[in-house]
Design a protein around this ligand. Structure first.
Ligand SMILES: Nc1ncnc2c1ncn2[C@@H]1O[C@H](COP(=O)(O)OP(=O)(O)OP(=O)(O)O)[C@@H](O)[C@H]1O
Length: 249
């Protein structure tokens, strides 16, 4: 699904503040794999995700998605495969518009799965049904503006909107970092369910070791722009939560 071949990214090359953010990483991420990436601050996690998303280009090395070499393709072209959810719940939605209008915009932008935007009542019903699957009671608030919702509610809706298009890959960059523990749990459970239901390939960056332990089918630790550890599903399920804390000991 995603093939990363000996990728390098250096910022401020040749200057005093040069940073070798990604130092030669090769990875193959299979279809429907859910890769969790952990690592200390500055270890290159977000840069790697940016390289996959196309918001940063590699200096050398290549990235393919579904056999297509996308190394030089900007992020807006990669959005045919990739959806991305960021830390800040506000970044994925329009605050002044209603939930319904946010879904309408998303549907227009992406020809979202299972939504026909032609007839208003039908569209509204479809959106309500999709939102009901989140189990948050938001299906009765579709006329309410997005800005009136909590961060957790917004992040869950952002997730739903982003996976309803034809994307195959979901990138989650610390999606719960700005949320309280209860909302964070709801959002992680929602993400996990959507990844399974929509058969997505997913990459999650998190500093929350409990989430890293509980979610995903593979776990990788980065350090200084390199892969320090990479455990498959079996190895991950053999891990104990304390082992993960020891990685950072
Ligand atoms: N656009 C940029 N320009 C200059 N340096 C950058 C840029 N983006 C990232 N870096 C540097 O590259 C290194 C890796 O950063 P990155 O954000 O990938 O790490 P991270 O593992 O995601 O960290 P964190 O856990 O703190 O989010 C850091 O030293 C960072 O300062």
């Amino acid at each position: 699904m995603i093939a990363i071949n000996d990728i390098h990214k250096t910022f401020n090359k040749g200057k005093a503040n040069q940073v070798n953010a990604v130092n030669g990483i090769s990875l193959h991420i299979a279809e429907e794999e859910f890769l969790v990436i952990v690592g200390s601050n500055g270890s290159g996690k977000t840069t790697l995700l940016n390289l996959v998303a196309g918001s940063v280009f590699p200096d050398t090395g290549s990235i393919s998605i579904d056999e297509n070499n996308v190394s030089k393709l900007p992020d807006y072209h990669r959005s045919q495969w990739i959806a991305r959810v960021f830390q800040n719940p506000v970044s994925g939605t329009a605050s002044d518009l209603s939930i319904l209008d946010n879904f309408r915009l998303a549907a227009i932008r992406t020809k979202a799965k299972g939504l026909s935007i032609g007839i208003n009542d039908k569209f509204k019903q479809q959106v309500k049904e999709k939102i009901a699957t989140l189990g948050m009671g938001l299906e009765n608030k579709v006329e309410q503006s997005m800005g009136t919702l909590s961060g957790g509610q917004r992040q869950a809706l952002t997730l739903l909107m982003s996976v309803m298009d034809s994307c195959k890959v979901l990138l989650l960059d610390e999606p719960t970092a700005a949320l309280d523990p209860r909302s964070a749990e709801v959002v992680m459970r929602t993400a996990d369910k959507l990844i399974t239901d929509f058969k997505l390939t997913a990459i999650l960056i998190t500093h929350n070791l409990k989430d890293a332990y509980n979610y995903g089918t593979r776990i990788m630790q980065m350090s200084e722009g390199l892969v320090l550890r990479d455990l498959n599903n079996k190895q991950k399920s053999d891990l104990k939560q304390n082992d993960l804390f020891d990685w950072f000991g």
